[in-house]
Write a protein that binds this ligand. Structure first.
Ligand SMILES: Cc1cc2nc3c(=O)[nH]c(=O)nc-3n(C[C@H](O)[C@H](O)[C@H](O)COP(=O)(O)OP(=O)(O)OC[C@H]3O[C@@H](n4cnc5c(N)ncnc54)[C@H](O)[C@@H]3O)c2cc1C
Length: 467
């Protein structure tokens, strides 16, 4: 029987707890160390994306660990975007023209708690809380920790160290600071931050707005969105610039200005938010950033996964899904290079990096699409065409959104390349009045496919000339 290594996982968030469960299921000895308190025992969710959009790529990982039915009970399906204009009119724009394709709203806390419970139930996994990793000596495979309760410091040796400690990863910092190898790192912030607020349930516990949608109030340079929770509430997120525009986080400093802002821009939402002012000043404003780095691993000793390797802005609803997909892809490489950890790490990151770079870029694109373009008539015409094509040709046509969100059998990079070409094709055909939503769908599909292949062919030629 081959030796089952002792694995240290730093960080028991979504990625770390899923990874612990999977590696534990494979029989490795896993010790997970998390800096925060155990969220199953104390409420530590305030201000930190309370619910998340969970979709096919995440589900693929949940299936891998056998938790599909347990996770299903935590999900609220969202069939599309419910768009709210300033006059309070709403319209639903479905995510897909295919039947039964939707994304889900899921509680970060409940999902993480489930993964922790399942991982901890294995003989092979132990999880410790309140212990912060200060740094990692990845050359010698030792993590240095501080106990948040006693203040004691201690070190942990392992055969392998996984950094799943999120966007501010201690392992990534150690890679950067130790300068033992060529480690590239970038961190880019948006000019906008976010703040979480609430639409509470009605007195009888019902939803105050349509339950099965992701609600959006797009206002050009800023927006609010709302996702449903199992208790009948919605978690509302305001995305707003820190310093530009008439209203921004830096000048929303009094209850009167906050109320005026919501009254003017989101009057129908304001009616549903009795605690707006109190929450606005109690809840933190947090920045939004993209982290890219490479390589993710050091020899056969350590590796970064999830946000620690590739934190992205939340506008495609894919950060957790991508982090979960990391675990699926990593698991597959374990089968290829059995026991050779250096080769496993290298093959995984080489394969995976282009996909996480792609979703990082797509997420920035979607920031602009959500806050501004979805209210644009040309964009709406494009969506109408895409919905019709998906409904009529469910196997032959996937919009960019569907390729990213629902076609988990292809990587993000392929989804981005094909999806962007299709977008370009439909928009240019529409602008040139060469197609319209009412024409024969067979003809429409042919024209869109032809234009898309030409764009893809030109892109390929352009790439070969790139030097
Ligand atoms: C506003 C917002 C909305 C989002 N919406 C979506 C969405 O709709 N869909 C989606 O798929 N994704 C979404 N995301 C992204 C998603 O939250 C992340 O991609 C996901 O949480 C990544 O999981 P992770 O485990 O890698 O990192 P994290 O969830 O950040 O977990 C890291 C864990 O490591 C711990 N830790 C950190 N440092 C240390 C240390 N030094 N020592 C020990 N432990 C440590 C942390 O306490 C935490 O528990 C959103 C993010 C934000 C900010």
């Amino acid at each position: 029987m081959p030796k089952q290594e002792n694995i240290l996982i730093i960080g028991a968030g979504l990625c770390g707890s899923l990874l612990a469960l999977r590696l534990g299921q494979r029989g490795f000895n896993v010790r997970v160390i998390e800096m925060r308190q155990d969220l199953r025992k104390v409420d530590i969710s305030a201000g930190r994306s309370i619910n998340l959009a969970f979709s096919n790529r995440g589900l693929k990982a949940i299936k891998l660990v056998g938790l599909e039915s347990k996770v299903a009970s935590l999900c609220i399906p969202m069939h599309g975007r419910m768009i709210h204009d300033k006059e309070g009119n709403t319209f639903l724009s479905n995510y897909s023209g295919r039947k039964n394709e939707s994304i889900n709203s899921i509680s970060r806390e409940l999902l993480t708690a489930l993964l922790l419970d399942e991982a901890e139930a294995l003989d092979t996994v132990t999880i410790e809380f309140d212990k912060r990793c200060a740094k990692v000596d990845f050359e010698n495979k030792v993590g240095y920790f501080e106990n948040a309760v006693s203040g004691d410091t201690f070190k942990v040796s392992a055969d392998l160290i996984f950094g799943t400690d999120g966007a501010g990863s201690s392992l990534r910092k150690s890679y950067y600071q130790e300068r033992k190898f060529l480690f590239s790192f970038s961190q880019n912030y948006l000019t906008h931050g976010y703040k979480e607020l609430t639409i509470p349930p009605t007195k009888s516990g019902d939803f105050n707005a349509f339950k099965n949608a992701l609600h959006i109030w797009p206002r050009g340079d800023f927006m609010i969105i709302a996702l449903p929770n199992l208790d009948g509430s919605f978690t509302v997120t305001l995305f707003l610039s820190y310093e530009t525009g008439e209203y921004n986080f830096n000048n929303l400093t009094t209850p009167e200005i906050v109320t005026e802002f919501f009254q003017k821009e989101f009057p129908d939402a304001l009616d549903l938010m009795p605690n707006l002012v109190a929450e606005f000043f109690e809840n933190p404003t947090a920045p939004l950033g993209t982290v890219k780095c490479f390589p993710w691993h050091y020899k056969g000793n350590s590796i970064l996964l999830g946000d620690a390797a590739h934190a992205i802005v939340p506008f495609y609803g894919q950060g957790m899904n991508a982090s979960f997909e990391d675990v699926v892809e990593f698991d597959a490489f374990l089968n290829v290079h059995q026991g050779d950890w250096g080769a496993t790490f290298k093959a995984f990151e080489t394969h995976r990096k282009q996909d996480t770079d792609a979703i990082a870029d797509l997420a920035i694109d979607n920031f602009h699409e959500m806050k501004a373009h979805i209210a644009n008539p040309l964009f709406q015409e494009k969506r109408k065409i895409e919905m019709a094509l998906e409904a009529e040709f469910p196997d032959d046509y996937y919009s960019k959104y569907s390729l990213v969100t629902f076609k988990e059998t292809i990587g993000y990079n392929e989804a981005m390349t094909v999806g962007r070409a299709q977008d370009k094709a439909i928009l240019s055909l529409l602008s040139a009045h060469k197609i319209d939503a009412s024409e024969n769908l067979n003809e429409l599909l042919k024209k869109v496919q032809k234009e898309t292949s030409e764009i893809l062919r030109e892109d390929t030629i352009a790439k070969t000339l790139d030097y």
